[in-house]
Design a protein around this ligand. Sequence first.
Ligand code: BG6
Length: 302
Amino acid sequence: MPVEQSKDKITLKHPKGSSAEILLYGATVISWKAGDKRHSEPSERLFVSSKAFLDGSKPVRGGIPVVFPCFGAPSHPDHSRLSQHGFGRSEIWTWDGIIMDNEAGVSVRLTLEPTPKIAAVYSKSFHLSYVVTLAEHQLSTDLHVKNTSTSTAFPPDVIEFQALFHNYIRAPAKDVLIHPLRNLKYADKTDTSYQGLKTETRAGVDVRTFTDSVYEDAPQKYEVSWPGGGIAVRSTHLKNVVVWNPQKEAGSKIADMEDGGWERYVCLEPGYVLGFEKIEPGKTWIGQQVLSVIHEERRMNL
Ligand code: BG6
């Protein structure tokens, strides 16, 4: 069977050997195994801390948590009662079925609507659907946000939100280079003494020191590469990208981070997180990303 469902998890299996696991909790993809064209043996492409909680008691430290409707600490009045990164990653989503199952890929959909628990902290009417598609060498995630308000009052009941795919890409952090980010403006969250935006000067961005950068007007096409491998990430309608690796400096203070975990991943997170995206009543917004295993011969020139 290409899709297996248990009480709390969905497993996708592609006929060519790739696989993915998605927890209903947070719609968190916790495993993506895929090979490249040269090494057909699929291997794990995401990092999940061995100390992560997978029982729904805490957002998962790893995989691909879904950040919605706020990124970081809430900064919009509609989000004032939410916690860091919002509730998307910490609510139980509903299984909505298989939407594609053929040679090209296997695709499933999860949904989330306001529950009494969500409504107690967030008053907007919304419907989220999250489509995860597994292909032989690729994984795509699509987040659809619908404003389901039927109010005709003025001003309209607009949803203002942020959204992001918090990808923990399994990688040797000391050897990783991310490009192309040169000349982009970015907020450096590690430098609390500096309030403005800095300009990226590096052709390839490394994460050998504590890094927490939010890039503006990002190209939505990235490569995370290291000697012998890499992952390409493409996104749609996600104008920002976050690069985060806490290194020992900040990583050793994260309770659910395994020892030295920061050496084994880099977070490359496409999102709409500087400012707020807006959706009018009845309208839908879609943010998408595609992660692909890079073949060495296809690496971009720096
Ligand atoms: C990143 C943020 O996206 O997530 C960082 O830019 C943050 O500032 C990191 O520390 C992890 O967040 P959390 O809430 O999962 O510990």
